[in-house]
Design a protein around this ligand. Structure first.
Ligand code: CTP
Ligand code: MG
Length: 240
C-alpha cells in the first residue's frame, strides 16, 4: 500500500515512533491466522499492543509491519487503538529483522527515538514503555527491558552440562529503544546473526542498557500464553 509519512510526523519532543513488527504467522500459537489478528478479550492482539504503546503520550506515530495483504485491515485495527497517534503500515518480510527494516525505511528523519515492540507482547505496561524512552532520551544507544530468569539454567557442554549463575542473566523483552540514527546504522550493517535489534546495535560495538522489565511484557507464543493473557485481562490486574 502507499505509505505517506510526511503528514504524520509527530510534532512534540521527544519525537517517538513505535515500530510494531506484526508480520509473523504465529505458527507456534497455531490459531490458523496471523498472531497479531488473534482475538484476546474480544479484540485482536494487535489492538492491545498498540494501546499499551500509546499509553505513553510521547509515542506520536505507530509504524506496523504486517503480513502481505493485511496492511489495510491491520492499520485500521491499530488506528482504532492508537488514540491521537497516526498509524502507517508496510508489508513485512520473511524474518522479524526484515520486517523491522521495512518499517524503519518509512520512519521520518526528524524522529528522535525509535521503539521496536513485538505485537505479541500485547500486555506490556506503559511504565516499561516509559522507562525505555527515558533511558534513550538520557543518552543510551540501545535500551532493552530485562526480566530476572526464574528457572535454574544449565549450559550444554561436551559430555554433559553445567549450571550457569542466573543472578546475572536477564530475559530480554520489548519495547527496545534507540536513537533513530543508531538503529538505522545497525540495520544498514545487517547483522545476520542478531536475534533482536539490540543485538544488531551491540554488533556495532555500542553498549546496551537494561531497564526493569515486567512479567506482563511476556510474549504470547503458545496457546498457554494466550490463556494467561485472557486470565490477566479478565482479572483486571494492572500488575502481575
Ligand atoms: N514478526 C514479524 N515478521 C516476521 C516474523 C515475526 O514482524 N517475519 C513479528 C511477529 O509478528 C511478532 C514478533 O515479530 O509480533 C515476534 O515474533 P514471534 O513471537 O516469533 O511471532 P511469529 O513469528 O508470528 O510466531 P511463530 O514464530 O510461532 O510463527
Ligand atoms: Mg517467529
Amino acid at each position: 500500500m502507499g505509505v505517506r509519512v510526511d503528514s504524520v510526523t509527530p510534532v512534540q519532543e521527544p519525537r517517538v515512533v513505535a515500530i510494531v513488527p506484526a508480520a509473523g504467522s504465529g505458527e507456534r500459537l497455531g490459531a490458523g491466522t496471523p498472531k497479531a489478528m488473534v482475538p484476546l478479550a474480544g479484540e485482536p492482539i494487535l489492538a492491545h499492543a498498540v494501546r499499551g504503546l500509546v499509553a505513553d503520550v510521547r509515542v506520536g506515530l505507530v509504524v506496523l509491519a504486517t503480513p502481505e495483504g493485511l496492511e489495510e485491515p491491520m492499520a485500521a485495527i491499530a488506528a482504532g487503538a492508537s488514540g491521537a497517534a497516526p498509524v502507517v503500515a508496510v508489508t513485512g518480510g520473511r524474518t522479524r529483522a526484515e520486517s523491522v527494516a521495512a518499517a524503519l525505511a518509512v520512519v521520518p528523519d526528524e524522529v528522535d527515538v525509535v521503539l521496536v515492540h513485538d505485537a505479541a507482547r500485547c500486555l506490556t505496561p506503559a511504565a516499561v514503555v516509559g522507562a525505555v524512552i527515558d533511558a534513550v532520551v538520557s543518552g543510551a544507544d540501545a535500551v532493552v527491558p530485562g526480566a530476572p530468569v526464574v528457572d535454574t539454567i544449565r549450559e550444554v557442554v561436551d559430555g554433559g552440562s553445567r549450571t550457569i549463575d542466573r543472578s546475572a542473566l536477564r530475559a530480554v523483552q520489548t519495547p527496545q529503544g534507540f536513537p533513530l540514527a543508531v538503529l538505522r546504522r545497525a540495520h544498514a550493517r545487517g547483522d545476520a546473526d542478531a536475534t533482536d535489534d539490540a543485538g544488531m546495535v551491540e554488533a556495532l560495538g555500542l553498549p546496551v542498557v537494561i531497564v526493569a522489565g515486567h512479567p506482563r511484557a511476556f510474549k504470547v507464543t503458545t496457546a498457554q500464553d494466550l490463556v494467561l493473557a485472557e486470565a490477566l485481562l479478565a482479572g483486571g490486574q494492572q500488575d502481575g
